[in-house]
Design a protein around this ligand. Structure first.
Ligand SMILES: Nc1ncnc2c1ncn2[C@@H]1O[C@H](COP(=O)(O)OP(=O)(O)OP(=O)(O)O)[C@@H](O)[C@H]1O
Ligand SMILES: [Mg+2]
Length: 355
């Protein structure tokens, strides 16, 4: 059963759409991320779900209830914003109690639930502290506790980690995901950070220019991007110019520098035309690592860069450059610049996309 349903959700400002015809079902307990570059409409979508922005058209359902016309406080939703500073004139316990006081809960219940919430976010004993006595990560935990204490049906998070430094962000993303799973609370998470989306989400909706252009699990989004935009937004890829020779169901044969290669094909890739062949650097094999059933090419090594955990090669094939990354393991074969090597990849790990 889906917990949140967006039906043709659209928001227009003046001439343009901030959000265009979003259709989405988010399951109960699911961690769903909206991922996309700045200005693509992530926050507008989230704020419509929360009730802070009125849609121009379309509907929002929570469970079986149409909440499109309901004010935020009637939607049973908790929302945490990017710079959701906690109230500086209140201590942590008072901050967390705030929503419960608004809801006119009794003093004992408030005290009990504040203690519980502090424990939930790993800040037991921090109730008396003030904002200035907390690190950025601790403040963000308080912000989360303040929302969770009201036991909302749905949790909305808008770039909650972007104000934190890298180390803390790493730590917090695992922490938030663990907490979310433990509570089983349906969550929509907005981010422009692909690592966060890949690490935390059950599913990701990639947004581009007001639309969701692909929905899938992190694995599907990373391994089977449907468009060049999704490919280049998520991770690094070799994006090679090829000519399509033939199509057989979900496979195509393409011509790359005079070699016929097999690849998976996205919708719209048709024989006779140009296409882009996408292969991730970690899937480009070198030398003895190329298997019998892999696609094979001769390449000239342009450079070898030692990066600690990986070794990165720039290779030339015809007029094009291909990047390969290898795990720097014991006994790994190395290739000197200037040498010609066999490179290759499993055709299942290469994808032809519309150019
Ligand atoms: N109140 C408004 N009036 C006019 N245009 C707006 C308004 N709010 C947002 N927009 C426009 O709608 C588009 C989407 O904005 P939104 O804030 O949803 O983007 P976002 O994906 O959250 O971006 P970011 O990653 O920078 O936060 C942008 O082009 C923005 O300029
Ligand atoms: Mg935003």
């Amino acid at each position: 059963m889906s917990d949140i349903r967006l039906v043709n959700l659209t928001k227009t400002y003046g001439e343009g759409n901030a959000v265009s015809e979003i259709n989405l079902n988010i399951g109960e307990g699911e961690f769903f991320s909206l991922l996309g570059p700045s200005g693509c409409g992530k926050s507008t979508t989230l704020r419509m779900v929360a009730g802070f922005i009125k849609p121009s058209s379309g509907r929002i359902l929570i469970g079986s209830d149409d909440v499109t016309g309901l004010p935020p406080e009637k939607r049973d939703i908790g929302i945490v914003f990017q710079n959701y500073a906690i109230f500086p004139h209140m201590n942590v316990a008072e901050n967390i109690a705030f929503g419960l006081k608004l809801r006119k809960r009794g003093r004992e219940e408030i005290a009990r639930r504040v203690t519980e919430a502090l424990k939930q976010v790993g800040l037991a004993g921090y109730g008396e502290r003030y904002q200035r006595q907390l690190s950025g990560g601790e403040q963000q935990r308080v912000a989360l506790a303040r929302v969770l204490v009201t036991e909302p049906r749905i949790l909305l998070l808008d770039e909650p980690l972007s104000a934190l430094d890298k180390g803390l962000r790493e730590e917090m993303k695992f922490w938030i995901k663990d907490l979310q799973k433990k509570l089983g609370i349906t969550t929509v998470y907005v981010t422009h950070d692909q690592d966060e989306a890949l690490t935390m989400s059950d599913r990701i909706g990639v947004m581009q220019k007001s639309r969701i252009i692909q929905i899938g699990t992190p694995q599907e989004i990373y391994e089977r991007p449907k468009t060049l935009f999704v490919t280049s937004f998520i991770g690094h890829s070799n994006i090679l110019d090829v000519t399509v020779r033939g199509r057989h169901g979900d496979d195509v044969t393409v011509d790359l520098a005079g070699r016929e290669l097999r690849a998976r094909a996205a919708d719209g890739v048709a024989p006779g035309g140009a296409a882009k062949l996408v292969v991730r650097p970690e899937n480009v094999l070198l030398g003895g690592a190329v298997g019998e059933r892999d696609m094979r090419l001769d390449a000239t090594v342009l450079s070898e860069t030692y990066q600690g955990a990986i070794v990165r090669y720039r290779l030339q094939v015809g007029a094009q450059e291909i990047v390969a990354e290898r795990q720097n393991q014991a006994h790994v074969e190395r290739f000197a610049p200037g040498t010609v090597v066999t490179i290759g990849w499993d055709p299942e790990w290469s994808e032809a996309l519309v150019a």
